[in-house]
Write a protein that binds this ligand. Structure first.
Ligand SMILES: [Zn+2]
Length: 226
């Protein structure tokens, strides 16, 4: 089952979309890195957080490229070295997006709370769920296999909730960069390109988990009718 070529037929559209989105992220990031900004990514994030009253959120540097994320448990915004220290539109755009997540958290944005609660369910679904499915198929117990698929549905649910959270963080970032005067409206194009490309990677990930769920279900209904 791991090597079933039909799996790739099912998820091929998502894989192609993911490859295209990754390529767009990297080319948009490279282009926006060449466009100067008045302050670094870290300074932009600090400015956005402070002006929204989120002064308790810390900003730290983490190793890696595009490893930027907001940690809601520690209330820390972690930025990659390039984003943290560069004065470019790429840096301020990504830093502002992560600051957008911190603002969602500070303002009790409901979908973010649901997403954070669903992380555990998603991890169980993609791990234990798939194991149950395989065992169920292996011993011919379809109820167990369906339970595995149900758990995998938790992963799909997480991805679906994650999408509007990501879009909202980017919308907040774009609005804050302009209203705080960090990036003039006329120069927002390069920022928009980076954030929109990143959004497509999330769409691709969601599509992939949805198509994987469909594949599992069709595999099992096919088995049932044999
Ligand atoms: Zn994000």
């Amino acid at each position: 089952m791991f090597f079933d070529p039909m799996y790739f037929v099912y998820v091929a559209p998502a894989l192609l979309l993911a490859m295209w989105a990754q390529w767009r992220v990297h080319s948009a990031y490279a282009a926006a890195s060449q466009e100067p900004a008045p302050i670094t990514g870290a300074a932009a994030a600090r400015h956005i957080l402070d002006s929204a009253g989120a002064t308790d959120v810390a900003i730290e540097q983490v190793p890696g490229k595009l490893s930027d994320h907001y940690d809601p448990r520690a209330k820390v915004l972690r930025l990659s070295p390039e984003v943290y220290g560069q004065r470019s539109l790429a840096a301020v755009g990504i830093a502002a997006h992560e600051a957008g997540h911190a603002l969602q958290d500070a303002q009790g944005y409901a979908l973010m709370s649901i997403r954070n609660a669903a992380v555990g369910v998603a991890n169980i679904g993609s791990g234990f769920g798939v194991i149950l499915l395989l065992i169920g198929l292996g011993i011919g117990l379809s109820q167990l296999a369906w339970l595995g698929i149900l758990l995998f549905g938790g992963t799909v649910f997480f991805q679906l909730v994650n999408l509007p959270v990501e879009f909202d963080a980017s919308n907040r970032a774009k609005a804050q960069l302009v209203s705080l005067g960090i990036v003039p409206q006329a120069e927002m194009r390069a920022v928009n390109n980076v954030l929109n490309a990143a959004a497509w990677t999330y769409v691709a990930a969601t599509l992939q988990s949805l198509l994987t769920l469909l594949y599992y279900a069709s595999f099992l209904t096919g088995n049932d009718s044999d």
